[in-house]
Structures are given as structure tokens and as C-alpha cells.
Ligand binder design. Structure first.
Ligand code: SAM
Length: 280
């Protein structure tokens, strides 16, 4: 079943949180000259037209990236992320939203590499087209979880692994833990960033419990809720679970989360969370 299309959700509050964290990790990895690998297991189509039929139908970006677009008090740590979005909107009008692979492409250096996987028959050719001229990138169609076994450790022994499944099948909540465990056995020093939606809190509690059971240490949880937890349909919050976060990330997010929450949720409901699931 591959009914999920990210084009309906591109630029929403969850993308803003995800891509903020992604950008901060990439910027931290760039502090050393040595190259690194950016591995994206569920890469999506790459570029999303916000005036397109899908994005217009849900209007989710209006309560996401559009709320930051006109802000004139942007914190400095958000600049790499927002500069990447601006690069796709040269006229200044918000028309396109870059997904995680294009944000990475914008931020990575000539010496770094990208490994991108997408399974959807419509999104994969779009993604491949975006990277046809980029010699740093390998784009493949297949199961992203397999890449955590096949492509790790990277030759450079440095890397960010973004795991961002659609969770349209319930087994994704277990598959992500198994995938991280498989990857970590091969590459324990990598930075792993797992995105999750809060639809039913119980699913996330179980997933986190299973992650704790793996014995992996240094696991940071970053969450932003736009509504209180609920058993009604729909996503009330989203989060990033980061294994081996760069040392500055916790402090950066401690400053950014309240700012992001205030801008994304002017009604003031929901919450933010920043805590170690497993410390050092
Ligand atoms: N990471 C993207 C971004 O931030 O711009 C968004 C990815 S979207 C949430 C999830 C993507 O995973 C969808 O494009 C979907 O087609 C794809 N997908 C679903 N199952 C997959 C699998 N087993 N392996 C790789 N991709 C998969």
C-alpha cells in the first residue's frame, strides 16, 4: 500500500520541525572538513509546489512554513533551513517547498555524499530527476530500511541518517526501531534522526520503549505539539528522535522550540518537549 503522498503535507508544522533539526545537524557535521554521508531512507519527491492541487487541498503549509515566511525576528540558528527554502523561491513569494533531500543538497559541500531512497513509483522519478546532474548523489528506488544494512557504515565514517517513513502501515513503528538497530550495529557513531507523528500517543510510547530496549544510548527527543494529545483523527504533534546528537543541538533546540511553538501555534495550545530518552 503506497497511498501516502508527501505533496499533501509539504511545509506543514511537522516538516518545519523536521527540517530545522535536519539543518542543524548538517551544519554541525560541516564544522569538520572531513566529508560525511547524508542518507535519507524515505526521501519523497524532493520538491513540492505549494500552489499545486495537493498542497492547496489541505492547506497544511499555511500553518507551517507560511507562518515563518514573513517573520522578521528569525533566530540565527534557523537561517540555514530558511535560506534553503528561500533558494527555491527566488522571487520572494513562497511557491515551492524543498523536501529533506533538496535541503540536504543545498547545505552539503562538494566533498559530501547523498544516498537517497524512495519507493513510490510516481515520486521516485521526480526525485531522480532533481539529482540527475549531482555527482554527489545516489538515488535508488527500493525499501529505505534495507539501506540501513546495505549502505552503512559510510566510507567516510561520518554521517546523518534521516528516517522519515509515512507510518501509513502500523508496522512502521516497529520497522523504524529494527532499522535503527540494524544501522547502529554497523555504524554506532552515526547521527540518526527519526521523525514521528503523534496520532495515538500510545504508539509513540511503545516505539520509544522498544528503542530503549535496544541498549542504544544518547537518544534525544524533540517534540512540538499543535494540539493536546487526543484520540480523535489526525496528527496532534510530531517529533524527532536523535541518536548521537551534535553537542550543540540540545541547547539550540531549547532556544528554538519556544520560538517555533509561538509562531506555529499562535493560539498557544499544545506543548514542546526536549528530553533525553536515554542519556550518555
Ligand atoms: N523525507 C521527506 C521530506 O522530509 O521531504 C518526506 C518523506 S515522506 C514523509 C515518506 C516517503 O516514504 C513517501 O514519499 C513514501 O512514498 C516513501 N516510502 C514509503 N515506504 C517506503 C519504503 N519502505 N522505503 C522507501 N520509501 C518509502
Amino acid at each position: 500500500m503506497l497511498s501516502y503522498r508527501h505533496s499533501f503535507h509539504a511545509g506543514n508544522h511537522a516538516d518545519v520541525l523536521k527540517h530545522t533539526v535536519q539543518s542543524l545537524i548538517i551544519e554541525a557535521l560541516k564544522e569538520k572538513e572531513k566529508p560525511f554521508l547524508y542518507l535519507d531512507t524515505h526521501a519523497g519527491a524532493g520538491r513540492y509546489q505549494l500552489s499545486g492541487e495537493h498542497a492547496e487541498r489541505t492547506g497544511e503549509y499555511l500553518e507551517g512554513i507560511a507562518r515563518l515566511w514573513q517573520c522578521d525576528d528569525i533566530p540565527e540558528t534557523l537561517t540555514p533551513y530558511l535560506d534553503a527554502v528561500k533558494a527555491f523561491n527566488p522571487g520572494g513569494q513562497l511557491r515551492y517547498y524543498p523536501g529533506s533531500p533538496l535541503i540536504a543538497r543545498h547545505l552539503l559541500r562538494p566533498q559530501d555524499k547523498l544516498q537517497l531512497t524512495e519507493l513510490h513509483p510516481s515520486d521516485y522519478p521526480l526525485l531522480r530527476g532533481e539529482f540527475s546532474k549531482d555527482k554527489r548523489a545516489m538515488v535508488s528506488r527500493g525499501d529505505g530500511y534495507q539501506q540501513l544494512k546495505a549502505k552503512l557504515p559510510p566510507v567516510s565514517r561520518r554521517g546523518l541518517i534521516l528516517i522519515d517513513p509515512p507510518y501509513e502501515i502500523k508496522t512502521d513503528y516497529q520497522a523504524v526501531v529494527q532499522g535503527i538497530s540494524d544501522g547502529y550495529k554497523r555504524f554506532a557513531t552515526g547521527v540518526y534522526a527519526l521523525w514521528y507523528p503523534v496520532v495515538l500517543r500510545q504508539q509513540i510510547k511503545r516505539m520509544i520503549h522498544e528503542l530503549e530496549e535496544t541498549g542504544i544510548r544518547r537518544i534525544l527527543q524533540i517534540e512540538l505539539a499543535v494540539r493536546p494529545d487526543s484520540d480523535q483523527r489526525g496528527m496532534s504533534a510530531s517529533g524527532m528522535i536523535v541518536i548521537n546528537p551534535p553537542w550543540k543541538l540540545e541547547q539550540q533546540m531549547a532556544e528554538l522550540l519556544p520560538w517555533l511553538h509561538a509562531r506555529l501555534v499562535p493560539e498557544g495550545i499544545g506543548h514542546t518537549r526536549l528530553e533525553w530518552i536515554v542519556p550518555e
